[in-house]
Design a protein around this ligand. Structure first.
Ligand SMILES: Nc1ncnc2c1ncn2[C@@H]1O[C@H](COP(=O)(O)OP(=O)(O)OP(=O)(O)O)[C@@H](O)[C@H]1O
Ligand SMILES: [Mg+2]
Length: 362
């Protein structure tokens, strides 16, 4: 799958951009603050409807403009046209010329995996970030997952709202509990099935990029130990104290250990970084396995940060993407990418919100 055309209007520092991209490996080269990461952000947005910088729509609207437009043509098994418009008062999404009513219908037209500095939060950050990682992978592979997740979130919010009242409406609470348990069990089932697939891929990637002997283990720890309904009922008293729902997949954790010790608490910076990259590599390989074609890889700056060993670990993934007519976008401030990638690179110069093809120099 590859993004053949990208169109931006008033997105970040791009007043307007129309650019064609061939399959293969693209390098976006430019000084700081020119708009390299913004391009990756726009591509990722079309794939996931989220910014990997974790910000909302308002921040992405070009200063002084009313709303942004991001659109693209995707070539894969069949082609897709994506259009999204966002302003404070209006949101529009279209896929293949038709307005999108349910997000589930939209996702999947473009698949992307991003490697960026924020990935470190997968290891260092809160459990919410790891749940979001699982959720994204499931959203990218199961069309029914996102609607399920959204319904769970609604039920949870409603239930929490009830628990905030001094006198709780027991009948209403009960009905939301039933809903929560039904949807929650489904979510847990999806996550339970994903974890043993994610784990060996991540371990393999980790081993590929670190020669160290430490043993990585990944364990999905659901907040529900055995029976959601029973455990929710048992939490009855504590819920009244904390005025919130205390059991359920919104409290799940994905635990990483190195030699039996928590990676977040005891891992070195290098180990954490390696683990974060390994997780993303596993995500890319998992998607490739399921869909039969590689997702678009968006690699923000990390090449510069990686030592030779870790770069070497990433290379097979990049080469595979290239072999299968996939696509890779890498940003950097100078030509510091691995020599092994040196040929067949398509270079672009990014300057002050404009993109210009650099004719190949070797
Ligand atoms: N909403 C916005 N409207 C206008 N300009 C914006 C907006 N958001 C960010 N920018 C500008 O975009 C530029 C940053 O773009 P980007 O993050 O893509 O830079 P970069 O080329 O990746 O730089 P670096 O090498 O430092 O990572 C900055 O000049 C910033 O001021
Ligand atoms: Mg950047």
């Amino acid at each position: 799958m590859h993004l053949a055309h990208l169109r931006l209007r008033d997105f970040r520092n791009y007043p307007r951009l129309d650019v064609d991209f061939a399959p293969g490996c693209h390098v976006l080269l430019g000084d700081n603050a020119q708009g390299k990461t913004n391009i990756l952000e726009a591509i990722y947005l079309m794939a996931t409807l989220r910014s990997f910088r974790g910000v909302g729509g308002a921040q992405m609207v070009r200063h002084g403009a009313k709303g942004y437009f991001v659109g693209g043509n995707v070539v894969g098994q069949g082609g897709h046209e994506i259009k999204m418009y966002w302003s404070a008062s209006e949101r529009k999404l279209a896929r293949d010329g038709r307005p999108v009513k349910k997000l589930g219908e939209f996702l999947g037209a473009l698949r992307a995996v991003v490697f960026c500095t924020e990935d470190l939060l997968l290891v260092k950050g809160t459990s919410r970030i790891r749940r979001r990682f699982l959720d994204l992978m499931l959203t990218q592979t199961h069309p029914t997952y996102l609607p399920l997740l959204q319904r769970y979130a609604l039920a949870l919010r409603a239930r929490n709202a009830l628990l905030k009242h001094r006198i709780v409406d027991e009948a209403a609470l009960e009905s939301f509990s039933t809903e929560l348990v039904k949807l929650g069990n489904e979510l847990i089932r999806f996550r339970t099935e994903l974890a043993p697939k994610l784990s060996p891929l991540t371990r393999l990637a980790y081993r590929r990029i670190s020669n160290d002997a430490e043993e990585l283990r990944i364990e999905y720890q659901s907040s529900v130990k055995a029976d959601f309904a029973v455990e929710l009922a048992q939490a009855h008293k504590r819920e009244r104290t904390f005025r919130a729902t205390l059991v359920g997949p919104h409290r799940d954790e994905l635990q990483f250990t190195l030699n039996g010790k928590s990676a977040a608490q005891f891992g070195s910076e290098g180990q954490k970084r390696t683990l974060a990259i390994a997780l993303k590599m596993a995500q890319a390989e998992y998607l490739t396995g399921i869909h039969g074609s590689a997702p678009v890889l968006l690699i923000d700056d990390v090449m510069g940060e990686l030592d030779a060993k870790r770069r070497a670990g990433l290379l097979p993934l990049l080469q595979h993407a290239r072999k299968t007519s996939g696509q890779v976008f890498m940003t950097c401030t100078e030509e510091n990418w691995p020599r092994e990638l040196g040929k067949d690179l398509q270079r672009w110069e990014v300057r002050a919100g404009a993109l210009r093809r650099n004719e190949d120099r070797r």
